[in-house]
Design a protein around this ligand. Structure first.
Ligand code: KE4
Length: 428
């Protein structure tokens, strides 16, 4: 496929934007080719500036669960824009958005809108420290909670992809406040809690990991975290920025029946516009300014356009009782097709999937944590990624990211994806 325009734009971009992109994973650094510059998208498809069209499984890294440019979402944003783009003052739609989120996510009694997943997790950690009076947090190796200082310790996503899980620039004092455990290992968490008794404010976890590739919780893991947090007076924070409204209507907490103390959200609740949120128990959220002393603020938090896009997205999902059943059928169809290729050729690959988020790891597996994910063959994944792109299929450009199905993907899209994968994998 011809990508001369994208290549030229990348050359221009690199001179004035760090790495030529506004978020590292977009640079395709780990998959051995220049990134595509996108011109437009609709439904399950994206089109690059050279006119190449792709079936898209990135979906803006999760937000586009309805598919790109859903007409009702576009219309909601267009209508809202006619009345202004931001007021810096409260609006009724923010109340309706809060009611909608509270009505769907089991553990959220009160919620604050922010502008990104990173803002949501940074705020949730500050709130946990304010509420408990404790300072340390526990996160998991390979989990990514945005680029806040406290989280860039053995982080996943782009940090893992680029091999900088511990970023420079994070002060030692901050890093020492973050303890890291192994995902799916309750003993590793217990050991940290025992060694820091009374000092741990929160455990923050991706209830289904997307940021070392998709890694589901083993049976009992989330339940164990819940019990440990309850026993030790530690707040359990589910980072559902990716899993929220993705793996089930009420997110992973509905799917696994676990009630966290705080939840962070993002991506889907913005319908593609910049939105994050954190919420949970009323007694905890009551500490957030101006109701309480814990300060957090944002010029564009809850702005009319983002609320319009997010509210319409959640409304469309809410109106369709069969939404997640249909989404599951699409995701299962793709997984079955891929598994048939793996089994048929006896390939040393393993698929992890929870609902409409998934990863094919280039290792025999099982992949249950950072260590077992990190051994995946990145070079082979790069060959797979480039081969699929050449055949018009856009997968996540990193072995350590999840892919996303939308309700707009058709059986024809999926069958074409499987056929392309069969072709590419026969040559790896
Ligand atoms: P943002 O600040 O990028 O909106 O959200 C940070 C974040 C927090 N928590 C989880 C579980 C997340 O997955 C993310 C962001 N996800 C990545 C994709 N793995 C965003 C893509 C990117 O960094 O460009």
């Amino acid at each position: 496929m011809r990508t001369t325009t994208s290549d030229a734009l990348f050359g221009r971009a690199k001179t004035i934007i760090p790495g030529g992109v506004n978020s590292p994973v977009r640079a395709f650094a780990s998959v051995g080719r220049n990134p595509l510059f996108i011109a437009k998208a609709a439904g399950s498809r994206i089109t690059d500036v050279d006119g190449n069209e792709y079936i898209d499984y990135v979906g803006s890294w999760g937000p586009m669960i309805l598919g790109h440019a859903h007409p009702r979402v576009i219309e909601a944003v267009r209508k809202a824009a006619l009345d202004g783009t931001s007021y810096g003052a409260p609006t009724e739609l923010e109340i309706r958005m809060a009611e909608r989120i509270i009505g769907i996510v089991p553990s959220i009694e009160m919620v604050r809108m922010v502008n990104s997943g990173t803002e949501a997790t940074m705020s949730a950690i500050r709130l946990a420290r304010a509420f408990t009076g404790r300072e340390k947090i526990i996160k998991f190796e390979g989990c990514y909670h945005g680029h806040g200082d406290a989280f860039l310790i053995k982080a996943g996503s782009g940090a893992m992809t680029l091999g900088v899980p511990d970023s420079p620039g994070v002060p030692g004092g901050v890093a020492s406040g973050t303890l890291t455990a192994a995902y799916n290992s309750l003993p590793s968490v217990q050991a940290l809690v025992d060694a820091n008794r009374g000092a741990v404010a929160a455990i923050i976890v991706e209830p289904v990991v997307g940021n070392m590739g998709c890694v589901p919780p083993q049976p009992g893991f989330l339940e164990g975290l819940r019990a440990l947090c309850t026993k030790e007076g530690i707040l359990l924070i589910f980072d559902e920025v990716m899993t929220g409204f993705r793996v089930a209507r009420g997110g992973a907490q509905e799917l696994y029946g676990i009630k966290p103390d705080l939840t962070t959200l993002g991506k889907i609740i913005g319908g593609g516009l910049p939105v994050g949120a954190y919420g949970g128990r009323k007694d905890i959220m009551a500490m957030v300014a101006p109701a309480g002393p814990m300060y957090q603020a944002g010029t564009l938090s809850g702005n009319p356009l983002a609320m319009a896009a997010g509210f319409e997205t959640l409304s469309i999902i809410k109106e369709d009782p069969a939404f997640y059943t249909r989404l599951e059928a699409k995701s299962a169809r793709l997984a079955a097709g891929m598994q048939a290729i793996i089994d048929g050729a006896g390939l040393p690959l393993v698929q992890n999937r929870v609902g409409a988020m998934f990863t094919t790891f280039f290792t025999k597996g099982p992949v249950t944590d950072y260590t077992s994910a990190a051994v995946a063959d990145r070079a082979k994944f790069g060959v797979f990624f480039r081969g699929m792109l050449e055949r018009g299929i856009n997968f996540a450009p990193s072995q350590f990211e999840a892919g996303f199905m939308s309700i707009a993907h058709t059986d024809e899209d999926i069958d074409r994806t499987v056929a392309a994968a069969k072709d590419v994998m026969s040559a790896i």
